[in-house]
Design a binder for this molecule. Structure first.
Ligand SMILES: [Cu+2]
Length: 479
């Protein structure tokens, strides 16, 4: 749910209005010990909800982004410099209702807050390390002085626990960027340390169109054993939680837009595999990457675009079809939640006899996956405390049987401009929903002039292998 959290907004306003006085006192400060002594008070966020866009109260105006299940970090102006304060720290992240994880992040959340600036802005970021080990922040994709690039050991000493470092540079090119540590990366990224960065163009840009809605999120992945709460950091491939902004469906908010809106979605991938991102009901253009806006000659319509490891993609489309449109990673295992991958395929196996024997000993025993895995979504099977269900998400027609990297783009005629709240499920006009056929199906017609008879195979195996087809529930009745 998108919440207008009054406390949160008050905090932000206090932060911003309190800034004036501090700005005056620091009029002559540059990046120095003086500036550090007057560190901007960090702003924290404890809720995992999608926060309203942070409309800029000063500086050059822009259309702010909305961070899915996240928020934008307020700043203060200090003598013409935009100052931000990031605090790297352990956090508790609700990844889905009923499932919390011990992660690391920034300012109370994983991922950290989105940083939004304007092309040409001079930016100063204070980074305080409250982690039990050293860290650094790398500003992925930015043009900046080499010593501000945040690679621990290569361009700067590590930020030790308890210390604060200052990064300062000019946001030179507009676009879609991210930030993450470049120190003990394997651990720190596996624990959720990352954030989004958007640099808006300072003037009209031939390759950057104005949009009505601009959503951002990062793809991330965790390996949290069912029943536990802390990710295993040694995992390289076999993650069991595929998330957007450290949330898994049905914990990911929907992207709510108005019919006719021009919509931009910016996605960054900080997992260790690629994610083909697929939108239903609309075609989109890839209008930018972390390398900048794409040349118009390279743009073509797609409904799926692959976001490879360490890449960012911004897609744009006209939301001109009303409805609840699925938007998800197209790798089917990435739209599921925690499970082991050592489950054998049991579809069509007849284990009635075995089950009979086992139920004599264990009365509640059931076989997983005998009829496919959909049962897992439907049945409320007992699971350890603090475990995300493998695939859940209740829709208006039943279980959506999805988890992980899945959400819904909700396109509505009556969604007000600037209103990001969830309009509920789509009410389909009468006669526009797939329905059950209630006659008797005709016998299937099959072509007889094609296949083996039309083109005899050569080099056949000496003996024909007979494949037994078994239909679930019908025992050996198949063949
Ligand atoms: Cu994926």
């Amino acid at each position: 749910m998108l919440t207008n959290d009054l406390n949160d907004m008050t905090n932000r306003r206090n932060f911003l209005s309190g800034a004036g006085a501090i700005t005056g006192a620091l009029a002559a400060a540059s990046v120095s010990k003086v500036a550090m002594a007057a560190l901007p008070e960090p702003v924290l966020q404890t809720k995992p909800d999608t926060m309203p866009p942070l409309v800029p109260s000063g500086g050059r105006p822009y259309n702010p982004v909305v961070t899915l299940n996240g928020w934008t970090l307020p700043w203060r102006m200090n003598n013409g410099v935009k100052e931000f304060h990031l605090v790297a720290e352990p956090v508790v992240r609700e990844m889905a209702p009923g499932f919390k994880a011990n992660l690391w992040g920034y300012n109370g959340q994983s991922p950290g807050p989105t940083i939004e600036v304007v092309e040409g802005d001079r930016v100063r970021i204070f980074v305080t390390n409250k982690l039990p080990e050293h860290t650094s922040v790398h500003w992925h994709g930015q043009r900046l002085p080499n010593g501000m690039d945040g690679v621990s050991g290569l361009t700067q000493p590590p930020i030790r626990p308890g210390k604060t470092f200052v990064y300062e540079f000019v946001a030179r090119r507009p676009g879609t960027f991210m930030y993450h540590p470049h120190a003990d990366e394997m651990t720190q990224m596996a624990m959720g340390m990352m954030g989004f960065w958007v640099t808006h163009p300072k003037a009209e840009h031939p390759l950057i169109e104005k949009v009505d809605r601009d959503f951002v999120f990062l793809l991330n992945a965790y390996d949290v054993e069912p029943g536990s709460a802390t990710p295993k950091i040694m995992t390289m491939l076999d993650f069991n939680l595929w998330s957007w902004n450290s949330r898994i469906f049905p914990g990911i908010d929907s992207l709510n837009v108005r019919l006719g809106d021009k919509v931009r979605i910016r996605i960054g991938n900080l997992t260790m595999t690629n994610h083909p991102m697929h939108l239903h009901g609309h075609e989109f253009l890839v209008t930018g990457t972390d390398g900048g806006p794409t040349p118009k000659s390279t743009r073509h319509y797609e409904v799926t675009t692959d976001v490879a490891v360490g890449q960012m993609r911004q897609i744009e489309f006209l939301a001109d079809e009303e409805g609840d449109w699925a938007f998800h990673c197209h790798k089917s295992h990435h739209t599921m939640n925690a499970m082991g991958h050592d489950v054998p395929t049991l579809i069509g196996l007849d284990h009635k006899d075995v089950v009979k024997q086992i139920t004599n000993l264990v009365p509640d025993y059931m076989v997983m996956g005998e009829r496919g895995m959909a049962d897992m979504g439907e049945m409320e099977m007992p699971i350890p405390d603090n475990t995300a269900r493998m695939m859940t998400g209740e829709g208006p027609f039943g279980s959506v049987e999805m988890g992980g990297m899945f959400s819904v783009v909700k396109v509505r005629k009556n969604q007000k401009p600037g209103d990001y709240s969830n309009p509920g499920w789509f009410r389909h006009p009468k006669g526009t929903v797939a329905y059950e056929f209630d006659g008797s199906p005709p016998e299937t017609a099959r072509r007889r002039d094609a296949g083996a008879a039309a083109m005899p195979a050569q080099n056949m195996p000496a003996k024909n292998i007979e494949v037994q087809v078994r239909k679930p529930g019908s025992g050996h009745a198949g063949h």
